[in-house]
Design a protein around this ligand. Structure first.
Ligand SMILES: NC(=O)c1ccc[n+]([C@@H]2O[C@H](COP(=O)([O-])OP(=O)(O)OC[C@H]3O[C@@H](n4cnc5c(N)ncnc54)[C@H](O)[C@@H]3O)[C@@H](O)[C@H]2O)c1
Length: 254
């Protein structure tokens, strides 16, 4: 090994949940690589996590829908560190459109980012994992894969579940685990979208009522689940979907 600390890669690392996941890994002593298309967001996230944890945090501008860029980014991680202990496929886009308004280009983009992206990251990491035999993949899905919702988003997230189960089989032979976390709504810019205050209040109310535990998910709820699945504590868990929904996966669509 070229590097003594575990290396964790988080896609969408400049976003709300990605930054929270990266921060937790840094607090635990990992070296962090955050991949995102938002270069300003990356700069501020890297600066904040570095200042608070003192761990090396690297930000790389990568469009995960571009398999060539993904291969280059993972190749650079291999050259630099020679290991990839935790990969969290968290970046996603949400094309919220009814069937009549679905735009083909945005549908394709949803699939390219949300579904092909995680595959491309895992494919690019194969040479590392074949050599090291150490790694945990956590794909961020969504509770909506069960309930339904905006088709492009939900179809991609249901695909993430199929991808997770398939990669668990293939990567298991290398000693790598692959699981998914399927959260319910967390208040982030992703869920706020273009909604007015009134629309958003109603949206929050509807989502809160779905959980028997009577509240929304928090970023920490999601981070705790990711931390577990990306750790040795989950060493014999693979191919699973862990719903972090307060039971909302049992409810009908809002
Ligand atoms: N927030 C929620 O309520 C919620 C609920 C269920 C699931 N999720 C899932 O959690 C994940 C993170 O959500 P969030 O709320 O933090 O969203 P967010 O919008 O804050 O973060 C997403 C990040 O992904 C980045 N990104 C988008 N396209 C990219 C691309 N092509 N290449 C690289 N980076 C790209 C964005 O720039 C952004 O920084 C997503 O997978 C989302 O589907 C979120």
């Amino acid at each position: 090994m070229k590097h003594n600390h575990p290396v964790a890669v988080v896609t969408g690392g400049a976003g709300a949940l990605g930054a929270a996941i990266g921060r937790r890994f840094a607090e635990n002593g990992d070296t962090i690589v955050l991949l995102d298309i938002d270069s300003e967001g990356l700069d501020s996230t890297v600066a904040a996590i570095t200042a608070d944890t003192g761990r090396p945090v690297i930000g790389r501008v990568v469009d995960i829908a571009d398999p060539t860029a993904v291969a280059a980014a993972v190749g650079a991680i291999d050259d630099e560190f020679g290991r990839l202990d935790r990969l969290v496929n968290n970046a996603a886009v949400n094309h919220r459109a009814a069937l009549s308004d679905i735009e083909d280009e945005l549908w394709d983009r949803s699939m390219a980012v949300n579904l092909r992206g995680p595959m491309a990251l895992c494919r690019a990491a194969l040479p590392i994992w074949t050599r090291t035999g150490v790694g945990h993949v956590v794909n961020i899905g969504s509770r909506t894969w069960q309930s339904g919702g905006p088709s492009a988003y939900v179809a991609s997230k249901a695909g993430v579940v199929g991808l997770t189960r398939s990669l668990a089989l293939e990567l298991g032979r290398l000693g790598i685990t692959c699981n998914a976390v399927a959260p319910s709504m967390v208040v982030t810019p992703f869920t706020r979208g273009e909604r007015t205050d009134t629309e958003f209040d109603r949206f929050v109310e509807r989502h809160t009522s779905l959980s028997p535990l009577g509240r929304l998910a928090t970023a920490d709820d999601v981070v705790d689940a990711v931390e577990f699945l990306a750790s040795a504590k989950a060493r014999f868990v693979t191919g699973e979907v862990l719903h972090v929904c307060g039971g909302a996966q049992l409810a009908a669509a809002p």
